[in-house]
Design a protein around this ligand. Structure first.
Ligand SMILES: C[S@@+](CC[C@H](N)C(=O)[O-])C[C@H]1O[C@@H](n2cnc3c(N)ncnc32)[C@H](O)[C@@H]1O
Length: 164
């Protein structure tokens, strides 16, 4: 995630799913010339997120539902980090909401992409990211896989299509 953010210069990074703000702070630190916009529909840990980001000014905490925020989003995105609700349909909705805002050539990083069948996590949670992404790919075919590293999959948006 840090290497991915590091590769973005003077860019717009959007995170869907902030929780306690660790990934937000790490990405903001890794790409000081970029701005990280971090969305979560739960503001419970915002103080902690601000503490973790002490000394950084290149981030914005956005409280709201991912799909609602996407409706009014106008900036072109250089890097999208998807790490919210991991059930297939929600993953698909996040991708359908946000990938259209990513520029062609932009990066999409997704957390909790599990490739092994056995896991202590529930099946829907474990398989959700993979299945949601598969469904998205079969509909739009505009993402190219770059690599899978430690439960993360990195993709690149390769073309514009009708709605994407
Ligand atoms: C796995 S945590 C994020 C962890 C964080 N990216 C990190 O690595 O530090 C998932 C977060 O997604 C948020 N979330 C789930 N569904 C959401 C939605 N529809 N809109 C916005 N945030 C959502 C949850 O509130 C939770 O804080």
């Amino acid at each position: 995630m840090c290497e991915c953010a590091q590769s973005v210069e003077q860019g717009v990074i959007v995170e869907v799913g902030r929780w306690k703000g660790a990934s937000m702070a790490l990405m903001a630190e890794a790409s000081p010339s970029s701005h990280v916009h971090s969305i979560d529909n739960n503001d419970k840990h915002n103080d902690l997120a601000q503490n973790l980001s002490e000394g950084l000014s290149n981030y914005t905490i956005i409280d709201g539902d991912s799909q609602e925020v996407a409706k009014t989003w106008t900036q072109e995105i250089d890097m999208l980090f998807v790490d919210a609700f991991h059930y297939k349909d929600f993953v698909l909705m996040d991708l359908e909401s946000w990938v259209p805002k990513v520029k062609v050539g932009g990066l999409i990083l997704m957390h909790d992409y599990f490739t092994k069948r056995k896991s202590r996590l529930g099946r829907h949670w474990k398989d959700g990211v993979r299945l949601g992404l598969r469904k998205f790919n079969s509909r739009y075919k505009n993402l190219e896989k770059i690599e899978v590293v430690r439960h993360m999959i990195l993709l690149r948006k390769i073309r514009l299509i009708a709605q994407n």
